[in-house]
Design a protein around this ligand. Sequence first.
Ligand code: GLA
Length: 406
Amino acid sequence: MSPGNDIIGTDSSDIALREHRARFGARFGDPDGVRVFFAPGRVNLMGAHLDYNGGPVMPMAIDRGTFVALRPRADATLTLASMLDPFEYEGPIDALPTEALGRWVDYPIGVIRALARRAPFEFGADVLFGGNLPIGAGLSSSASICVGTAFSLDAVFGRSDAPRDLIEAALWSEREFVGVKCGIMDPFAVTLARPGHLLWIDCGDESVEHIPIDANEVTIAVADTGVRRELAQGAFNERVAQCALAFEALVGHAGGATSLAEVSADVVERHAHELEPPVLRRAQHVVAEVARTHAAKAALLAGDLAGFGSEMTAAHKSLRDLFEVSIPELDVLVEAAVEWDGVFGTRLTGAGFGGCIVVVMRTSSREGFREHLEAAYRGRFDRSPDVEFFGVGAGPREVLVGPLTS
Ligand code: GLA
């Protein structure tokens, strides 16, 4: 690898990046002049379903994510291809579809349309996406592809978009073009991550803090149920709408509150009879999760990993019973994980309805953990979960540039 290049994570990521560059060559002719970028995925450790309610969240970027190989063209044609899906898009960059196609290309197309409103693109590009992040598993593959697209176009075309512009473009793509009414957490976490740190994002005023985490002492494990729900997008939007209903009903009693996260538990309980039962449960989750997330931050800052983890595990119970976004597969994995000596805490990550649990554990307790989860899961569901250990990741960056020396 040529000097000055950033090598992500392990040897296997390095190999994967080299392969990605070679695959760009196989798809688009020789790989001369291509630049390769990486944008991470994320796990959210605390603040479940708080971002669109104006509350605090604690996500962390992981050392897995999306690879974007990009080479500008002399004409205005844009080609989007992926190693993970045979569907491709080709068309003029200044006349992109105005309606989503219902395909993976919607994410980058939405981003490019959003960026073009700031400054139009004069030239097209050949782009090949790939990566090592499970898709649709709650690890923010969609924000990873959106931010990866925005970051690499900004770098290659020298556009000087600020990080917040990249975040805005990613959000516009997901919310307005694809149609998932997600909060701000995922593109913030993916764009602003720093190595060795969790993020604390106040989704009310959009301020961000970086909180150090000892990446030697602590390991992040992720266990994937393998369950992907076709209807998850609709169920997610339904939760967003229920939280909005709760806020509408309670705001008049909660002097000055600007979001559901600012309503007190006391107000929710006093006016419980004014809410439909499912709407009440969503509100109960939100107000308690705000308190848990503040407690988790205080524990982490005090070096109390057990205290931090117990808030995570309590959050899972609330996601299961009050927010109703868990499934038995996730619950079985959480129950098995908490039994393991050295596990600080565990909960579902992402929106729920399938996907993964995230586990914060002592690095020295890793041995045997994967087998333990596999045995518990197989005992119930007759198939194995995919259990992996992740490192604390950094934000988007260029990873391979120019010719390779080996
Ligand atoms: C999804 C959304 C995020 C957030 C989480 C739940 O990942 O994209 O904005 O709402 O669910 O915490």
